[in-house]
Write a new protein. Structure first.
Length: 482
């Protein structure tokens, strides 16, 4: 069920109408859990079996881990729970990729390999599997969160219900933000309509739907031509513009989804963490990952990078840990070796950046900052090509064509549309740079107070108007495939 569909609007409206009825306050968690199962099973109800199985595994493993009377047994249960999560993820997401890698070609129709290739990829499995693992790890660590400890040691059925709700909560179920158990489960308590931050929810929803339906959905009709064999007939300028447009599209698409998820969750009284913070102004790759898909990067840092040793075991081990984390983070995105290459590119960039940080001093002025931003943006954008062309050979061919076809004519109409629909993303980044600049901080103390009541409603009114008159053809969110 897509966020930009009538079915989703009806589901949210109906659920919201029941949710705050005083007589039903004790059933709020049950109501949201039922709505979440309806959301996930819409169109493919058989996938609910996997989701319910994930809930049962993590509920049982986390409770067994926390209530063990010895550290050794607790570690055994935690390892078992994490292993079962990884087995589910590996079987449903990577069986086909490994089959093609081992067999080096398409297997026969009657073979086991063919059956493995036919395994469906359950939507959102990467996201809810990571959340389940966070619950098991948090239970082992026995975090100092009273509500989490209370849930783990309380009645088994209540813990099962809360685990199901934590994993299945529909705004972030299929594409994040990835929430951690120790951040989300303490929020599970009765909610009241008077506590809703209406301004925040409204602004998140309007901006989210604008980025998805106006920016990303319009750009996808022009970046479609990046696919094989269409790009082979295009010149360098067209290929550069289309790749730039795809970079804007993937950010608008995923940023928009995250904002909508945060807004819908806020309507039901739950806070989801910010997932994006203007990533294309990053001056380094480490800064990029502090701004892009923040919930994934923090999850990888907390549950993988730190347990591997982080930067506490010497320089060489730090570089290796960065490489491992980004390599696995790349594979998390998709069941193809091209995604591993994408992760490797970022891993090498992070390691190289850390190695040069103490040896190279470029200074800090406007020109240097602009060059750093441009360099990071160019590498990040080139790497996005592997998301659009998962076949590594096709991606290399695209880059070759982009660098060698300067004598080809270009499509000025397409260039205009990509520039036009990319402009909102660029303006959002420029606005962020402006309001965080020293000049703005020193000379415009009173401006935000004047701009808020006057300009904000006008801006959101304009976004609503554009949603009504200039939305693109509806399409699935890019990150649904992960």
């Amino acid at each position: 069920m897509l966020f930009n569909s009538l079915n989703f609007v009806l589901l949210v409206t109906f659920t919201f109408g029941l949710y705050y009825i005083p007589l039903l306050r004790r059933t709020q968690v049950v109501l949201l859990l039922l709505a979440s199962l309806m959301f996930y099973g819409f169109g493919q109800p058989y996938l609910l079996t996997l989701l319910v199985g994930s809930v049962l595994i993590n509920a049982f493993a986390s409770r067994a881990t926390y209530t063990c009377d010895s550290l050794k047994r607790a570690r055994t249960w935690a390892v078992t729970g994490i292993s079962l999560n990884l087995l589910l993820l590996g079987f449903f997401k990577y069986a086909g990729m490994l089959t093609l890698t081992v067999l080096r070609g398409e297997p026969g129709e009657q073979s086991v390999g063919h059956l493995l290739l036919m395994i469906p990829l359950p939507i959102g499995i990467s996201f809810f599997t990571f959340q389940g693992m966070s619950l098991v790890v948090d239970a082992f660590r026995a975090r100092d969160v009273a509500e989490l400890r209370k849930g783990l040691s309380g009645p088994p059925m209540r813990h099962l219900l809360h685990t199901g709700f934590f994993i299945c909560f529909f705004p972030q179920l299929v594409a994040g933000p990835i929430v951690k158990a120790h951040e989300f489960m303490p929020q599970i308590k009765p909610k009241f309509i008077k506590d809703i931050d209406w301004n925040r929810c409204f602004s998140l929803l309007v901006m989210g739907y604008f980025l998805k339906m106006v920016v990303a959905d319009n750009l996808k009709d022009h970046t479609f031509w990046i696919a094989l064999p269409y790009f082979e007939a295009r010149g360098s300028i067209d290929l550069i513009v289309m790749l730039f447009g795809f970079s804007m599209q993937i950010l608008a698409d995923f940023w928009g989804y995250s904002l909508i998820a945060m807004g819908v969750a806020g309507l039901f009284g739950y806070y989801l963490p910010k997932n994006f913070d203007h990533p294309y102004i990053a001056r380094s790759f480490s800064e990029f990952w502090r701004r892009w898909h923040i919930s994934l990067s923090t999850w990888l840092r907390e549950y993988l990078y730190y347990p591997l040793g982080g930067n506490r075991k010497g320089r060489s081990r730090t570089y290796l840990n960065l490489f491992i984390v980004m390599f696995l983070g790349g594979l998390w995105h998709g069941a193809a070796w091209s995604y591993a290459v994408w992760g490797t590119v970022h891993g090498i960039a992070l390691a190289t950046e850390r190695a040069l940080r103490s040896k190279v001093n470029l200074g800090d002025n406007l020109i240097i900052r602009a060059i750093q931003m441009l360099f990071v943006f160019l590498i990040v954008t080139l790497a996005w090509l592997l998301f659009k062309l998962p076949n590594f050979t096709d991606a290399v061919n695209y880059i070759y064509c982009m660098c060698t076809r300067w004598d080809y004519p270009y499509d000025s109409t397409q260039m205009y549309y990509i520039t036009f629909f990319s402009a909102p993303v660029v303006l959002l980044h420029l606005r962020y740079l402006l309001i965080h600049s020293a000049w703005w901080q020193n000379t415009s103390v009173t401006q935000p107070r004047l701009a808020g009541p006057v300009l904000a409603p006008a801006c959101y009114g304009l976004l609503l108007l554009l949603l009504l008159i200039n939305s693109g053809t509806p399409g699935a969110f890019i990150y649904f495939q992960f």
